[in-house]
Design a protein around this ligand. Structure first.
Ligand code: CP3
Length: 354
């Protein structure tokens, strides 16, 4: 017996329902800050293999739900399974993060292929379908993917943590060539997400973690437009399944993103002012965010104050409580417990704080 999606707190928020107590989940809620995650993680040397092991991926997805009363489970996987499935060499090196053999020419793009996409990603679909049977009945299941621009950053730069000089230069100097890569990503990402929904995902989140390095014109072409095409495909194939976009560090351009992509919800980073979000974005769509993940590490009164400020400012409109970016590995798990207590007790927890 499960509750229909549209009655779950998360999905209701994304249909613009204003609820007295907002739903909450955290980006990277499964991960290294949990000792039980590190224990399971040891069973697989290779991170991608771990992502493609439904037994392990289901287990680590469920771990945070056993500790905290979260309103959503996000399937455990990574955004870089897409370049991997397209045939690019992707490796996760201990202490270094992802390293890829860079793709920097139309020729290199033409050597990638979506022909075996679903075959390659079948374990991810299996993880989702098992999770849809195993999560608590009131919990919503989130599927996800990287947005084309953010996957392209890793594919072209070959790693994270750069200033994106190579990719920005390519996109600027030879936009028609770069468009070939983006088109491949729009198509494969759409296909991947539709299959996720068919396997049991009830909400989709698109991570555009590197959106903030783009100028306005580039942002429209390489973040908004590819996202709009994916959202349109999802609306056609999976009507009723809400999409949350996360154009991290897009600043005031988040407004154009919301107006032009058609997303049902927008996730905001910690540098976006909650008052501005309430005034400018919340009348347009559901907003998600935006607690500073470093304050979650600090804890104590600073954490209480930051959580309550966000709740006070945003809980009057359609809202999902979350972080501005993922949970950091050094986060004490009890600080997440404190956030859960404050959000679940809302609005009662806000009384007497002036
Ligand atoms: O709980 C969840 O949120 C689900 C799992 C999830 C992971 N990655 C697991 C992971 C999700 C949603 C992601 C998304 C992801 N992956 C993004 C977008 C969000 C963001 O953080 O900006 C990006 C850019 C990636 C790419 C990626 N994966 C990097 C740069 C790294 C290395 C840095 C790091 O945090 O280690 C990863 C590895 C990764 N993905 C880990 C986890 C739990 C850590 C690897 C390990 O356990 O050894």
């Amino acid at each position: 017996m499960t509750i229909p999606s549209e009655q779950k707190r998360m999905v209701r928020a994304l249909k613009d329902d204003v609820q007295e107590r907002p739903p909450f989940w955290l980006m990277r809620q499964a991960g290294r800050y949990l000792p039980e995650y590190r224990e399971v993680r040891k069973q697989s040397k290779n991170f991608l293999e771990f992502c493609y092991s439904p037994d392990l991926a289901v287990e680590v997805t469920l771990q945070p739900l056993r500790r905290y009363q979260l309103d959503a489970a996000i399937m455990f996987c990574d955004i870089l399974v897409i370049p991997d499935a397209l045939g690019q060499n992707v490796q996760f090196l201990e202490g270094e993060g992802p390293v890829l053999d860079p793709v920097r020419t139309v020729d290199a793009v033409s050597r990638l292929s979506a022909e075996r996409l679903h075959e390659h990603l079948a374990p991810v679909y299996e993880t989702i379908s098992r999770l849809s049977r195993e999560i608590p009945e009131e919990t919503a299941l989130i599927g996800f993917s990287g947005a084309p621009w953010t996957n392209a950053v890793y594919m072209v730069e070959g790693r994270g943590g750069t200033n994106c000089g190579v990719i920005r230069n390519w996109a600027e100097q030879a936009p028609e060539d770069f468009q070939v890569l983006i088109d491949l990503l729009v198509d494969s990402t759409s296909e991947y997400l539709i299959r996720q929904v068919e396997s049991g995902a009830e909400i989709i989140q698109l991570f555009d973690s590197w959106a903030g390095v783009l100028s306005e014109d580039q942002f429209r072409r390489w973040s908004i437009e590819p996202t709009r095409r994916i959202v349109e495909r999802l609306k056609q194939s999976c009507p009723g399944v809400p999409v949350i976009g996360f154009p991290r560090n897009a600043g005031p351009l988040s407004e154009a993103y919301v107006r032009e992509t058609g997303v049902h919800g927008v996730s905001l980073d910690q540098d976006t002012d909650p008052e501005w979000i309430a005034k400018t974005l919340q009348p347009l769509c559901t907003v998600q965010g935006n607690l500073d993940n470093k304050v979650l590490v600090t804890g104590g009164e600073a954490l209480d104050r930051a959580v309550l400020k966000i709740l006070e400012t945003l809980s009057g409109g359609p809202f999902i409580f979350n972080l501005g970016h993922g949970v950091l590995p050094e986060t004490p798990p009890e600080h997440v417990g404190r956030v859960a207590e404050l959000v679940l007790g809302w609005p009662g927890t806000g009384q007497g704080t002036g």
